[in-house]
Design a protein around this ligand. Structure first.
Ligand code: PLP
Length: 387
């Protein structure tokens, strides 16, 4: 039986469904000639702020810049420590190092792939200034427990939401149930990721759940002072043009990308629902497959990635078998951040993170992925594990 190749991500169906509107938006910007900070940027910021339920949304050039500017706006720099997860894309730790602070890695929970609140507590020192949780794969981190810790130790929280646009916290985190206060959990239940801590940093890299057609990012905050500083840092540290007050960046979101994102934003919940449907189908089909641990279908999880654990050292065999059948898959992440060449030898081991790096495999997922393809993928995983 011949099957078409299945990529790990297919952005075409989304583009096809919005083609006319996107072309209109692009033409409108081209006709206007306002390529830098045109009206669409402000409108996009207003629309995202409303969608997220947050006071300020500041569009920037990338998710990485959102983290860097977010950290700076919180006053974090030289001599400060920021506790984060080892199990993430390097932009997470890189942003901390690039503002002159030191990333400190607290191990993850094997149930959620996210930072383990009890591991955070062990890493706090007098130099700790902030916690940077990542809602990895679109799964909200244990925010109630993290908030309790931040409050007890007077720490800031900057959430890396690059993979979690549209995700909401519902307190269903496997590792959180016993460690957080009921009142904290109740207070933040239903909130968007990125609006729970002091700052949320989002990415609109094309493959993210809300993707532009180029780089883009956004900072969300309820804090007026942080918002004002972030706006200033975005344009060379100037509130007023040619009156630069501090060292900043050139990190504006292109008007073209803002206009494209305005077309896409109203569809994000429906797309994330599509991703959850795909995840549930995978979970149902994988229930009978031994040697595989499927992810929890946590409430509010938006499945930027659908990532399984393959036990008994069989991960690479499965990936090779899938590749031979024309099925894409990815390893996010083969090397934990603390083990990357840039930091090698500077940190103690994080056993869970190190183990999961050898087990994880991210399978094809996008909102329109159909059930026949999912069945074909799972059949091939089964074949690889039983042959
Ligand atoms: C994509 C990503 C980033 C960086 O976003 P860019 O827009 O590519 O700069 C940061 N953190 C995580 C977890 C990401 O997945």
């Amino acid at each position: 039986m011949s099957q078409d190749k299945i990529p790990v991500l297919d952005l075409k169906p989304q583009y096809e469904s919005l083609k006319a509107e996107i072309q209109d938006a692009i033409s409108r910007v081209l006709e206007s000639g306002q390529f830098i900070m045109g009206p669409d940027v402000k409108l996009f910021e207003q629309e995202v702020a409303q969608y997220l339920g947050v006071k300020h949304a500041i569009a920037v050039n990338s998710g990485t810049d959102a983290l860097v500017i977010g950290l700076k706006a919180l006053g974090i720099g030289q001599g400060d420590e920021v506790i984060t997860t080892p199990f993430s894309f390097f932009a997470t730790a890189e942003s901390i190092s690039n503002v002159g602070a030191t990333p400190i890695f607290a191990d993850i929970s094997a149930d959620s792939f996210n930072i383990d609140p009890s591991a955070i507590v062990e890493k706090i020192t007098p130099r700790t200034k902030a916690i940077m949780p990542v809602h990895l794969y679109g799964n909200p981190a244990a925010m109630a427990a993290i908030l309790d810790i931040a409050q007890a130790h007077n720490l800031k929280i900057i959430e890396d939401c690059a993979q979690s646009f549209g995700a909401r916290y519902y307190g269903t985190c496997a590792e959180c149930q016993d460690s957080c206060q009921e009142s904290t959990r109740t207070r933040i239940t239903g909130k968007q990721t990125g609006t729970i801590g002091d700052v949320g940093a989002y990415s609109f890299f094309p493959s993210k759940n809300l993707g532009a057609y180029g780089d883009g990012g956004l900072i969300a905050t309820d804090n007026d002072q942080v918002a004002e500083t972030a706006r200033m840092l975005r344009v060379h540290g100037a509130k007023k043009k040619y009156h630069n007050e501090v060292l900043g960046y050139n990190s504006r979101l292109d008007t073209l990308q803002a206009a494209i994102l305005r077309v896409k934003l109203p569809h994000i919940d429906q797309w994330n629902e599509g991703r959850r449907r795909v995840a549930k189908t995978y979970n149902d089909l994988l229930a009978d497959v031994t040697g595989v641990i499927a992810p929890h279908l946590a409430d509010g999880h938006v499945f930027h990635q659908y990532t399984i654990r393959i036990l008994n050292g069989k991960r690479d065999i499965v990936q090779q078998h899938l590749a031979a059948q024309g099925i894409g898959s990815m390893i996010y992440y083969p090397v934990p951040q603390d083990q990357l060449p840039v930091y090698k030898g500077q940190y103690p081991a994080n056993l869970v993170s190190d183990l999961l790096a050898t087990q994880v495999l991210s399978l094809p997922i996008w909102p329109e992925l159909d059930t026949a393809k999912i069945e074909h993928i799972v059949n091939n995983i089964n074949k690889a594990l039983t042959s």
